[in-house]
Ligand binder design. Structure first.
Ligand code: GLA
Length: 373
């Protein structure tokens, strides 16, 4: 009798083990200076897997089934770690300390001025020339279970890239059986500072970049966006999207209005490269975006805790560099949806704050949920 009960328990456990999401840590080659890179692959029983490497805590690949059950990689990137440094494009990267732009690389905090290196025309972009995407992160934990999980960490020294305070950052990726990839950035600081951490994945739901994204249907739960100047710095205005190419409150094909040059914002962005103000209260998870590829049937639904989301259509990719499997990447080959505080928030007192004080914990949570039909 006892044996039978134990046997039944084992059967239940064994079947749980078989279907539980699973996390595996393995080497991922080396940089040209010899630095070894590792990756963690999270796999679930529903056909998804996500590979995250220590360089930039970068989502290097993401396999998602289409409506026929075929698994394909739905994010742009490179086959080897060194290429992410040689031809940086923030593919899948954890971006910091300040994702997006800070005007003229200048801000002040408590009356003291700070100057950052400018690396995007007159502005500082994505944390400067050696942002978090170009740093090797540590792996703190790898756990299998109902949710497979990997925790990456990085300690940014006081003054790194011009930012004040020692910043301790973690990026936790987890994958569950409902095909939800969850990403949570957390940070603490030794001095008051500003930060904006996000993930910069380039999604192409056709899989292996079979087609560009112009035929994708996009929904953005945003009644307003923040218009920019010619250098892509917000003017400070919060403009209603109604009646403009920026109205994605109901699903629209990406390509339908992307060439509408009557709208100066489309001209400035060379298409879409704008921060949308996510409806609802920041701080708790709420729906922000839906992307659907009608051909493969794949859909990605994003929920975010951040106040804004940058919608970018790969406008700076010009076909001069090659990604995984020697694919040439061109304008409109991917959709980036980067949740965070607004660009240049340190210079806009009425934008949601980018400030973090000692004793506080910064949190930015992103959930990417995949389905296909
Ligand atoms: C963000 C910016 C774009 C571009 C990309 C990286 O999405 O808004 O302008 O810099 O990053 O190429």
């Amino acid at each position: 009798m006892k044996t039978a009960i134990l046997g039944a328990a084992c059967l239940i456990m064994c079947s749980n083990t078989a279907f539980a999401a699973n996390a595996v840590r393995a080497p991922f080659g080396a940089l040209s200076d010899g630095t070894k890179i590792e990756a963690v692959t999270l796999t679930n029983g529903a056909g998804m897997s996500a590979k995250i490497m220590t360089l930039g805590a970068t989502l290097q690949s993401l396999a998602v089934p289409d409506k026929a059950g075929h698994k394909d990689d739905v994010v742009l990137g490179y086959d080897t770690a060194q290429e992410y440094l040689t031809r940086p494009n923030y593919f899948g990267a954890s971006v910091g300390r300040y994702a997006n732009r800070i005007a003229k690389g200048k801000f002040s905090l408590d009356g003291k001025g700070y100057t950052l290196v400018t690396n995007d025309g007159p502005n500082s972009l994505h944390g400067g020339p050696k942002g978090f995407d170009k740093r090797v992160w540590k792996i703190d934990a790898v756990t299998s279970g109902p949710d497979a999980r990997a925790v990456f960490s990085y300690v940014s020294a006081d003054g790194e890239e011009g930012f004040p305070g020692e910043l301790k950052v973690t990026a936790t990726y987890s994958l569950n059986e409902q095909n939800e990839l969850k990403l949570e950035y957390k940070a603490t600081t030794s001095k008051p500072t500003v930060l904006n951490l996000t993930n910069h994945s380039y999604f192409n739901l056709s899989g292996n970049d079979a087609r560009d994204v112009m035929g994708n249907m996009v929904t953005l739960h945003a009644a307003k966006f923040t218009p920019v100047d010619a250098t892509l710095i917000p003017t400070g205005e919060r403009r209603a999207v109604a009646g403009s190419p920026f109205d994605f409150r109901t699903p629209h094909r990406v390509g339908d209005r992307i060439r509408d040059a009557r709208d100066q914002q489309i001209r400035y962005g060379r298409g879409y490269d704008h921060n949308f103000i996510v409806d609802g209260a920041a701080g708790s998870l709420r729906p922000a975006a839906v992307v659907n590829d009608p051909v493969s049937g794949r859909t990605m639904e994003m929920s975010v805790s951040a106040p804004g989301i940058q919608f970018y259509t790969g406008n700076f990719m010009d076909g001069t560099f090659f990604g995984k499997a020697q694919r040439s990447y061109r304008q409109g080959d991917a959709i980036c949806l980067e949740p965070g505080v607004f660009p240049d928030a340190p210079n806009h007192a009425d934008f949601p704050t980018a400030r973090l004080n000692p004793g506080q914990t910064y949190i930015n949570t992103i959930v990417y949920k995949f389905s296909a039909k």
